[in-house]
Ligand binder design. Structure first.
Ligand SMILES: Nc1nc2c(c(=O)[nH]1)N[C@H]1C(S)=C(S)[C@@H](COP(=O)(O)O)O[C@H]1N2
Ligand SMILES: [Mo]
Length: 384
């Protein structure tokens, strides 16, 4: 028989009760769970909105005011996901002894509960990992990011709801108790210190990325891709070269085609310059969370629509000179097409549009996802 310290090591695989550290405690995991629930809740709602704006079903309309609405909802989406990373790591640390629960399954409800937790962890990890990689524009996978990220969001949300329902008694009790009675005597971190550290990591994650949409935070935003840099002070998402439009966009024979019930117009750049010109200050707000405000100049889309006798409730299809690619076309719903701030922009910051920002002209509309701010516009067609 072994004696000394080794005698205390059980001769069997580790079990939950072997992990007695004070950080593996419902008081901690319940509080971390609340914070994670808020972060995932915000990400779910804002993500759902972003999907609805991009593929609106008949019952959904997205307002054109306030002009920064999409900038705020999508900024929140990305911030919530980023902040959830340290929270999830801390939560998993607090509860990992449960992996060694013995016996692993006690009953059918217990089995269902555990499968649900497995789904929750896997899908939460999947959402955060794919989201972060999408922000970095790294796509090491074969699936279409938006559909997969969207579908997994329902798995996460469903699993959270089941998990919270099952654990409600434990959660209630744990939240009712104080985090800690006095300072731990052994000098190792206590629960309060762990919570404060996790909070600090969450704040750091926020500061490291929020500069991509809050200019004042740019200096500390070491992880914010595409913040502020780019021609004319606005980042570029897809360049003219990668869209394959360098020639078509610089063709001197360029004509904007406008189609409506009143016929078809083909307008040269000189003719566009003769129409009433307007200036608007509006953000480009990318689904990836970055945004930037620009001073855009050009022709109101509604003035162009009037030239072809478009009805006021018309949807307008926008097509790009770009021949291939998901974002070569978009639809302006009536509330955006008719908005006085919606321009076919010819200028940015007082200069002609940079080739990468959509020269000869692009759509810029209030409260609209970046992916729908179509660049290198070839035609506007009133849909019947
Ligand atoms: N034709 C075309 N327009 C496009 C895109 C595209 O790939 N093709 N990308 C969109 C995306 S995802 C964004 S965020 C904005 C960015 O505009 P910017 O590059 O001028 O900042 O352009 C949009 N317009
Ligand atoms: Mo974008």
């Amino acid at each position: 028989m072994a004696t000394g310290p080794l005698a205390r090591i059980p001769r069997r695989p580790p079990r939950e009760e072997d992990f007695r550290g004070r950080l593996h405690d419902p008081r901690l995991s319940a509080r971390l769970g609340v914070a994670l629930g808020v972060a995932f809740g915000v990400a779910f709602v804002t993500g759902l909105l972003s999907h609805l704006v991009q593929q609106p079903p008949w019952w959904f309309t997205w307002p054109a005011r306030p002009v920064s609405l999409y900038r705020v909802t999508q900024g929140l989406h990305v911030v919530a996901g980023t902040v959830a990373v340290p929270l999830l790591v801390a939560k998993l640390y607090a509860v990992y002894p449960k992996l060694f629960t013995w016996p692993p399954v006690r009953s059918l409800p217990h089995a269902i509960e555990r499968v649900c937790v497995l789904l929750l962890v896997a899908s939460a990890f999947f959402e955060l990992a794919t989201g972060l990689l999408n922000i970095a524009q790294v796509y090491p996978w074969a699936f279409f990011f938006p559909s997969a990220h969207f579908a997994a969001a329902f798995v996460v949300t469903g699993a959270i709801l089941v998990h919270v329902a099952v654990k409600l008694p434990v959660i209630r009790q744990a939240l009712g108790e104080r985090v800690e009675e006095g300072e731990p005597a052994d000098g190792r971190p206590g629960r309060r210190a762990f919570l404060v550290g996790t909070g600090a990591a969450a704040v750091a994650a926020f500061l490291a990325t929020a500069g991509q949409t809050i200019p004042a935070l740019r200096v500390v935003s070491v992880l914010a891709p595409r913040s502020g840099e780019g021609p004319q002070g606005v980042p570029v998402n897809k360049s003219a070269v990668s869209a394959g439009v360098v020639q078509a966009a610089q063709d001197l024979g360029y004509r904007l085609v406008v189609r409506g019930p009143g016929g078809e117009l083909r307008l040269s750049l000189a003719q566009l310059a003769e129409l009433p010109q307007h200036e608007v200050v509006l953000p480009i707000a990318c689904v990836e969370g970055w945004s930037a405000t620009g001073r855009w100049g050009g022709v109101r889309v509604r003035d162009l629509l009037d030239l072809v006798a478009a009805p006021p409730d018309a949807h307008v299809a926008v097509e790009s000179l770009q021949e291939r690619g998901l974002y070569r076309a978009s639809v302006l719903p009536p509330q955006h097409a008719r908005d006085p701030l919606t321009l076919l922009a010819l200028r940015l910051g007082g200069e002609p549009l940079d080739l990468d920002h959509g020269h000869p002209c692009r759509i810029i509309a209030p409260s609209r996802p970046g992916v729908l701010q179509t660049k290198w516009v070839a035609s506007l067609s009133v849909q019947s």
